[in-house]
Design a protein around this ligand. Structure first.
Ligand SMILES: Cc1cc2nc3c(=O)[nH]c(=O)nc-3n(C[C@H](O)[C@H](O)[C@H](O)COP(=O)(O)OP(=O)(O)OC[C@H]3O[C@@H](n4cnc5c(N)ncnc54)[C@H](O)[C@@H]3O)c2cc1C
Length: 424
């Protein structure tokens, strides 16, 4: 087994690291300052110039749309960077070191998962209208599934109605935690709802493309994560009230929402995990630097054995998570997203918990400083903790892993369908 990255990946890693050094890390203060200035000017939900100005540079450097795997690109007729999931994983890790960096390379959530969905399941007309500008980084998108009134980790509970009326679908429902919907560039929602409540349990749901400016869409409020509103991206509560879209906006076909979820969620989930590994790496780096530079009770914090124990544990946990991520990515490439679903569920459980633990240790080493925004750790923690819910809670993924595992020993194999869950 060869654990080395391919020469192509190593070349891209070097170029991406250089771009991070030259443009992303130096822009962190500018990003914060611009957001603060926008807030002071009453324009909190405004796209940031800091990012918009870096996007053409990333594109010119050949670091654009790295996420779109060769198979989805071939199916869609649109080009990505020609990488496999396995090749993309170490690159997403580098971008993940700064929570907003992925957008500079047009590789951010929830757009990557949404672009893959439209690439795989959209009509040519839908691809021309939505996929093309998304791949060019001209618009953004959101995925609208979760609802405040039902336990949405079980997608069969979703109550939003998608009803056929002549040549149109009419959508009615209330959603929340819809990431990216506050961004003024968000132009389209992939919306999940029930098109036939009488159909078999997993054939009731459909997914439909809804333009963000369609009459009847109302954003009610932004939601905070531990006090962070993630502006200008945001996570909102919203309603769809008699929203009408052409029937051709349906993805794949009526009643096929779960089928799409199987295909869509793999990439979106694993991208989050890849980025979290980078975030954890950065936390460990900050932890080591801070521990080596502060002295308490006659020795550096790094010389305390409890710190060394945590640093060693952090290194082990990060490397374990990385190997599992790479395995899942490889399996997606060679066998498809559906076959790789157990590995994807496993890494979705492992990576957020690992990142939370590593960032928590890093905050502890920073003392009170770790709690405030003088360091990127508190926000990184909020970000990582979110991912123990978003894209499905830990328990639901563990549940699925256990069912597959138990199925190996059942006399006739598992008769229980693993649950399908989702999030951003
Ligand atoms: C920051 C953030 C961003 C998000 N972005 C999006 C987005 O863009 N689009 C979108 O549609 N959704 C998004 N979500 C929503 C997210 O996907 C849901 O919160 C998640 O799927 C859980 O659904 P729920 O909140 O309804 O929790 P519930 O379904 O009510 O579950 C609550 C808890 O019950 C427990 N539980 C559930 N099932 C089981 C089980 N089988 N076994 C054991 N315990 C179980 C778990 O502990 C779970 O956390 C986002 C969430 C957050 C926090």
């Amino acid at each position: 087994m060869d654990f080395d990255y391919s020469p192509k990946t190593q070349d891209l890693q070097a170029r991406l690291r250089q771009f991070m050094d030259d443009h992303i890390y130096p822009s962190e203060p500018a990003y914060a300052a611009e957001l603060a200035a926008n807030t002071a000017a009453g324009k909190r939900w405004t796209a940031l110039d800091t990012i918009e100005q870096l996007k053409p540079k990333a594109r010119a450097a050949g670091l654009w749309n790295l996420f779109l795997p060769v198979d989805s690109a071939a199916a869609s007729g649109y080009d990505g960077a020609g990488l496999t999931n396995q090749e993309y994983a170490p690159l997403a890790e580098i971008m993940g070191r700064v929570p907003w960096a992925s957008e500079v390379f047009n590789c951010s959530a929830p757009d990557t998962g949404n672009m893959e969905t439209i690439a795989r399941y959209g009509s040519d007309e839908n691809k021309a209208r939505w996929l093309k500008p998304l791949l060019e980084g001209k618009i953004r998108s959101a995925f609208a599934m979760t609802e405040p009134d039902v336990a949405s980790s079980d997608a069969t509970n979703i109550e939003t109605r998608i009803e056929r009326d002549g040549d149109e679908y009419v959508i009615n429902g209330r959603k929340w935690w819809i990431s990216g919907a506050a961004d003024p560039r968000c132009a389209v929602f992939i919306t999940m709802g029930k098109s036939d409540p009488e159909a078999a349990r997993h054939s009731q749901q459909s997914m439909v493309l809804v333009p963000a400016d369609a009459p009847g869409i109302r954003v009610l409020r932004p939601l905070n994560v531990f006090g962070y509103d993630d502006a200008p991206h945001g996570h909102v509560e919203m309603v769809f009230e008699n929203v009408r879209v052409p029937a051709s906006n349906i993805l794949l076909g009526e009643g096929r929402g779960f089928e799409i979820a199987q295909g869509r969620l793999g990439p979106g989930r694993i991208h989050h995990c890849m980025r979290l590994i980078g975030l954890a790496e950065r936390a460990l780096e900050l932890m080591c630097r801070r521990a080596s530079s502060r002295t308490a009770f006659g020795k550096t914090v790094a010389q305390q054995t409890v710190t060394q124990e945590r640093i060693a544990e952090a290194r082990c946990k990060i490397d374990m998570a990385r190997l599992l991520t790479l395995k899942a990515a490889w399996l997606m490439d060679v066998a498809g997203n559906k076959v790789a679903r157990t590995e994807i569920a496993m890494i979705k459980v492992v990576a957020p918990s690992m990142a939370c633990q590593v960032i928590d240790w890093a905050m502890q080493v920073h003392g009170g400083g770790g709690m405030c925004d003088d360091f990127p750790l508190a926000y990184a923690y909020a970000n990582a903790r979110t991912l123990r819910f978003a894209d499905g809670p830990d328990e639901v993924h563990r549940n699925a892993i256990a069912k597959w595992e138990l199925g190996k020993y059942a006399p006739y194999g598992s008769t229980v369908e693993p649950p399908i869950t989702r999030g951003c």
